[in-house]
Every structure is written in structure tokens, then in C-alpha cells.
Design a protein around this ligand. Structure first.
Ligand code: GAL
Length: 704
């Protein structure tokens, strides 16, 4: 049984402090899971939280998989085997910087579809999926002997509620009913917006200041922090984000001090957005400055938090059952909560006491409490335990890494001998040409590509009265490369905004050179992930579109067409990414000559001894510019070496909980190759390069 009251969750009647870490199963491989879970437990966690990724389980309607990285049942079984509880955040909308926020793309192709509200087509699809999911993993609930102690439906509905009004609220209540009817019998949670009867939980970098309000709003439920952000995700062209361990420890202690009884760190292990799993603009790495790095290895953040967890778990009965004393203000700060003062929060059990002393000041403070002199760092905390006569210091936060886990990327010692094959432009294919079909602009290419490729070609011919330079303009999602009469004119725009907050992105334009008379225009649209939420397009996310979203103009005059469209690159159709099934013509030596679209491949050998070493593998992309990487035919993910904009002008420029690093550098340099995707003997690395760069400096490295 899982029960709860305002103090905590109880498992079979025993109050339990939940120290949980988010690990998303598709963001690592099944071979990595045991190690990741072991490291989580070693750091003092007793629970793992994961979202469920509908878009990965059902990529096309009715094609459901629970295999490989999507073997959720196995993942939950491994959690249990490691002695960890699990929190299942089902959504099905999950946000999570995953393609389309975890919803499958094909929803947008259904007539009358509006996502995340009281909409029949949406609810019908969700109902079918949730039923299917629970037939698969429903027996992993704690109530039936499994590890799952809590289940979440929807996600941060508060962010979109204004758009859907009463319908939205009715939909949210329907989600809870659906969960119950489908057989969820553990307590239901929803973060940042929940209907009656569901535990509402908090997300953020710091939430202790919102605890009183939550208590008032939701009496009788425990205070749970579903997303304690350990860092932040990265997007192409923005700086890399970091969050300090001491800040996390301080915020967690302060949350427990005011009655919090469950924390889930988001992410404990961030991992990798393999294949085309990443949302719009999200990097392939989902490291998120998590406690375990992208490769699953512990960082000093994990070690730092482990010490705090030891202290919290060792004194959990005070936090969960102790008599709560009125806070003692040792140094007054701003009211009402003395946020920037020094406050002591005590919990008593008989003669014994646990006291958490928090310093919210931006500078260190020396205070005396329970007969002890404490030097508290700025935004620091100390934990004291003792009886009426004597207290001892059981934890004190510190600044900087007292524990140091240093890791480096070292060359793997493999020489890559590259071969190259141009990706032929439509009209010049050596065999089986791309199948073009007539289309009208604007055109949502997702309906044609079924979101199985990033690329879509648009083609037309027209007669120009005079030759020379003309300005081509069009609205595109997301990037556009242009060829006129077979000559590459360029790619626009240079960079993209994560949240455009408008249905269509701003139009982009570039100069092209026309011939007098007949001209062929070839436009390649490159879609780099579907959006994760309504706010990114200021519309229900079911209105997401990719491709040419307006007419194409030349010097302001529309190019009438007729237009034709073909999805995917020729080389994708001919499986150039997989040396085993590749059906294209012979490869040659790399050369700067030729168009920007090209494939590179290099073989390398791996020995059994190298595979047995625990050091994870990665590709450093060196001088390459933008494209996609495969190893042995499996998608490692997109790469883009766009330098990050100025850290101060970046989106999270002066965020109090984040540090920005890497101005002028590409935000991701290394691309993780799961060791279990390699094999003893010959292996193949294949790169699709969109901008004609040479693979100079590209190499295999290992994390030590
Ligand atoms: C939250 C959301 C998560 C994730 C996170 C940022 O608002 O619930 O799914 O997107 O932000 O990493």
C-alpha cells in the first residue's frame, strides 16, 4: 500500500523520505542501465523517476514497441532489483526536451486534433495508448509487488492552462479518471497544476518559498518536489549551462527544513538524445549537468549530494515524524520568510532534536546555535543533531568541490581513414531518383515525411525575364538551403530561437543568381526536431509544421510553380549510413570539391580488450559543421558546430541558479557512442555533412 498525509508518503505504513533521481530509459542503452542505477543508489537515492516516451514507443500509428531502449518493463525491473522505488511520469505529454514533448508526430495528421485539451480525437488516442502501456507495465506498481510508488499524468499543465480555459480543466480531471480506469492504483501526482484528488507537486531550482502557499491550497497532501533541476539542457548556438552542487544541496535542505518529504532531481542522469529523439534545437547531449555525466559516470556533484543524502536518510524520522518547532530567526531577513536571514528549523522526538540552520544571505555568516558556533557559507546550511544538553554538527554545506572527480577525454588511438560520397542533387541521381509529388505552398512536410527524416526537397522551374541577382524570401521551419540551376546559393537563417512564440518563424531571405530564361530552383528544408510545447509557437502544439510555410518570392514576386516535393535525402533512401545495407555507388577520397551535401565513412577496429575497458566512447566532430552521425548503422544523433552566442546575452544570461560557459564555442563537441553499439573487429562511423566541411580533426575519444 502507498498512502500519504500532509507529512509524507508511507509505504506499507512506514513513513518514507523520497530521494529520487530522474533517469530517462531511452536516453541510455539497456546495457548501461544497471550501472546507472547502481550509481544512483550508491549516491543515497532510494527512487528513480522516469517519464514515459509515447513518441518512441509508438513512432507510427499502431506500431508499438517495448524493445531495446524502450524496454520500460525491464528498466523498472532493474530499478527494483537495485532496491529502488520508481516514479512513473506517464504524461503522455511530458515536455522533457524530447521530440514533440513526448507525443507522437502522427497526432497532427488526425482530423480535428487539438492536443492537451478536451478534444475527442486527442483523448481517444491517449486512452488507447495509456491502456496499452498499463497492460505492459501496470503490474510493476507497488500495490502489485512492483517498484512504482507514484504515477504522474500530464505535465506542468499550469503553463498552458490559460489557452484552454474550462475545457483544459475538464481534460485534466479526465486524465486522472483515465489513469484510475486504466488500473493505476498508486497515488497520482501532477506537477504545477492538478485537479482535486491528485497530489500537486512543485518543479523548479528553488521551491521552499512556495511551500506555505501549497499547504494552503492543498491541505492533506505531502510536499513533493518532482523536478529539482540539477542543471539545464543545452540548445544549438547557446552557451553550456552548469549548476553548482552547493546550491543544490542548500535548496534541498531548505525544502526539507520547511517540511518537504520528497525530492526528485531532474536529471540524475541526463544521457543522450539518440537518433532523432531531440526536440527542436535541443543538442544531442542531454547531459544537463546532471549528477551522473552523459556517459553514466559519477561526477563530483553526485559525491557532494551523497554526503547530504547520508545525513537526511540518517535522520529521516525527525523530518517525517518529529514535532515541528516554530522557526527560530537567528539573523532577521526579509519577511515573510526571512529568505535572506539565518533561520533554524527544528524537529523533536522526545528529548532528541534535529535542527537545520539555513543562511539565505549572499555572504557567509557566523552564528551560534545550540551552543555551537557555525560558519555558514552564503546560501549554505548546517544540520545539528542532539539532545537538550548537547548537539553535534552532522552536516555542513561547503563551497566548491571538496570531493573532486576529474574526468578527461583522451584519444582512443584509432586512425580514421575517411571515404566520401556526394549526396546527389535531385535530377542528378545515378539511379532510382527521388519521387517528387506536386504540392501547394505553404506546405507542412511532416505529413509527407511522417517525421522519419529531417529533410524535404522542394523543386520548381520558372522563366526569368532577365538574369542577375534576385532576393529569394520564404518562411521556413527550420533551415533552408538553396540551389539555383544546380549551384548552391547558401543556407539560412544562421541561428534559430528556441521559443519563437509565434505560429510562424520570421521569413528568411538570401541573394541568388538567376539566368535569363529558364531556371530550376531547388530548396532543401531541414527540420531539426519538433517543438516540445504550445508556448514555442503560441498555439496548440498540434499546429506544429515543418517545411515551406509561405509562398516563395523572388524580389517580392511569388514564384508561381507548379511546386513538387520529395521527402528525405537520396543517400538516406539508399541507406548510406549503414555499410551493411548501403545500396549507393562507390565511395571515393574526401575532397573539398563538390556540393555541400556529402557522406563520409571510416572503418575502425576494436579489440575485445578495448571493449572490456569501462571507459565510454565518443566521437569528437573536429572540423565538421552540421549533420548527423551513425555508428554501425545506428543513429548517434544530430551535430551542429554553431558557436554559442555571448553568455551574457544568452537566454539564461544572469540566472541566479545557472552558470553559462563556452561563449564562442560549439555547445557540444563530443558525441557519445554506447559501448554496446560497438563490436569486436570491424566497426563503421558514418557522417552526413550538410555544409561541405571536411572531417579534419574528427576522431574517436574515450572518457577516462
Ligand atoms: C520542466 C518540464 C520538464 C523539462 C524541464 C527542463 O518544466 O516539466 O519536462 O522540460 O522543464 O529540463
Amino acid at each position: 500500500m502507498v498512502t500519504f498525509d500532509e507529512r509524507s508518503l508511507s509505504l506499507d505504513g512506514k513513513r518514507t523520505l523520497i530521494l529520487s533521481g530522474a533517469v530517462h530509459y531511452p536516453r541510455s542503452t539497456p546495457a548501461m542501465w544497471p550501472r546507472i542505477l547502481r550509481e544512483a543508489r550508491r549516491a543515497g537515492l532510494n527512487c528513480i523517476e522516469t517519464y514515459v516516451f509515447w513518441e518512441g514507443h509508438e513512432p507510427q500509428p499502431g506500431e508499438v514497441t517495448f524493445a531495446g531502449r524502450y524496454d520500460l518493463g525491464r528498466f523498472l525491473d532493474l530499478c527494483q532489483a537495485e532496491g529502488l522505488y520508481a516514479i512513473l511520469r506517464i504524461g503522455p505529454y511530458v515536455c522533457a526536451e524530447t521530440n514533440f514533448g513526448g507525443l507522437p508526430w502522427w497526432l497532427i495528421a488526425r482530423r480535428g486534433m487539438v492536443t492537451r485539451t478536451l478534444n475527442r480525437p486527442f483523448m481517444k488516442a491517449v486512452e488507447a495508448w495509456v491502456g496499452r502501456l498499463l497492460r505492459e507495465v501496470g503490474d510493476r506498481q507497488y500495490t502489485r509487488g512492483g517498484p512504482v510508488i507514484l504515477a504522474q499524468m500530464e505535465n506542468e499543465y499550469g503553463n498552458v492552462a490559460h489557452r484552454y480555459g474550462a475545457d483544459g480543466q475538464a481534460y485534466l480531471a479526465w486524465c486522472a479518471d483515465l489513469a484510475r480506469n486504466a488500473g493505476l492504483d498508486v497515488p497520482l501526482i501532477m506537477c504545477e497544476g492538478a485537479p482535486a484528488g491528485v497530489i500537486e507537486t512543485l518543479n523548479g531550482f528553488s521551491v521552499w518559498g512556495r511551500v506555505e502557499e501549497m499547504r494552503g491550497k492543498r491541505p492533506g497532501q505531502p510536499l513533493l518536489w518532482t523536478e529539482d533541476w540539477l542543471g539545464w539542457y543545452d540548445t544549438w548556438g547557446e552557451p553550456h549551462h552548469l549548476r553548482k552542487a552547493e546550491d543544490i544541496a542548500y535548496e534541498a535542505l531548505r525544502f526539507c527544513a520547511v517540511g518537504g518529504s520528497g525530492i526528485n532531481y531532474y536529471m540524475w542522469h541526463g544521457g543522450t538524445n539518440f537518433e532523432r529523439d531531440a526536440m527542436f534545437l535541443q543538442t544531442t547531449s542531454y547531459d544537463c549537468d546532471a549528477a551522473l555525466d552523459e556517459y553514466g559516470l559519477p561526477t563530483d556533484k553526485a559525491e557532494h549530494l551523497r554526503l547530504m543524502h547520508d545525513c537526511l536518510r540518517g535522520h529521516a524520522e525527525f523530518l517525517l515524524e518529529g514535532a515541528v518547532q516554530a522557526p527560530e530567526v537567528l539573523v532577521p531577513g526579509r519577511l515573510p520568510q526571512h529568505a535572506d536571514g539565518v533561520v533554524l528549523h527544528a524537529f523533536r522526538r522526545g528529548a532528541r532534536e534535529l535542527a537545520i540552520v539555513v543562511n539565505g544571505n549572499d555572504w557567509p555568516k557566523r552564528v551560534t546555535a545550540r551552543g555551537l558556533t557555525l560558519d555558514l557559507p552564503n546560501h549554505g546550511a548546517a544540520v545539528l543533531a542532539g539532545d537538550r544538553r548537547r548537539h553535534a554538527l552532522v552536516y555542513r554545506s561547503w563551497v566548491g568541490p571538496e570531493v573532486r572527480v576529474q574526468r578527461r577525454m583522451l584519444p582512443a588511438g584509432k586512425t580514421l581513414r575517411w571515404q566520401m560520397a556526394a549526396d546527389p542533387l535531385p535530377g542528378t541521381e545515378p539511379c532510382r531518383p527521388l519521387a517528387f509529388r506536386p504540392v501547394k505552398l505553404p506546405h507542412n512536410m511532416l505529413l509527407a515525411t511522417r517525421d522519419e527524416t529531417d529533410y524535404g526537397w522542394y523543386r520548381t522551374e520558372f522563366v526569368a525575364a532577365r538574369g542577375g541577382t534576385a532576393r529569394l524570401a520564404v518562411t521556413v521551419a527550420d533551415l533552408l538551403s538553396v540551389w539555383v540551376n544546380g549551384v548552391y546559393a547558401g543556407t539560412v537563417p544562421e541561428r534559430l530561437e528556441e521559443e519563437r512564440q509565434k505560429a510562424a518563424p520570421p521569413p528568411c531571405s538570401l541573394d541568388v543568381t538567376l539566368e535569363r530564361g529558364r531556371n530550376t530552383l531547388l530548396l532543401l528544408a531541414d527540420a531539426i526536431g519538433m517543438i516540445k510545447g504550445d508556448w514555442m509557437i503560441d498555439a496548440p502544439q498540434s499546429r506544429e509544421r515543418k517545411g515551406l510555410l509561405s509562398k516563395v518570392t523572388l524580389d517580392g514576386r511569388p514564384v508561381a510553380g507548379p511546386w513538387e516535393f520529395a521527402g528525405g535525402l537520396w543517400g538516406e533512401g539508399h541507406r548510406r549510413f549503414d555499410p551493411v545495407t548501403d545500396s549507393g555507388p562507390a565511395w571515393g577520397a574526401p575532397t573539398l570539391a563538390g556540393g555541400p551535401l556529402r557522406w563520409y565513412r571510416a572503418g575502425f577496429r576494436v579489440t575485445a580488450a578495448e571493449l572490456a575497458q569501462p571507459a565510454p566512447w565518443a566521437v569528437e566532430v573536429g572540423g565538421l559543421c552540421k549533420g548527423f552521425i551513425w555508428v554501425n548503422g545506428r543513429g548517434i544523433g544530430r551535430y551542429w558546430q554553431l558557436p554559442a552566442r555571448d553568455a551574457r546575452r544568452a537566454r539564461y544570461g544572469n540566472h541566479p541558479h545557472l552558470l553559462n560557459t563556452g561563449h564562442d564555442q560549439p555547445v557540444q563537441r563530443y558525441y557519445h557512442i554506447p559501448a554496446d553499439w560497438l563490436r569486436e573487429g570491424g566497426n563503421h562511423l558514418v557522417v552526413l555533412e550538410e555544409r561541405g566541411a571536411l572531417p579534419r580533426g574528427a576522431r574517436l575519444v574515450r572518457r577516462h
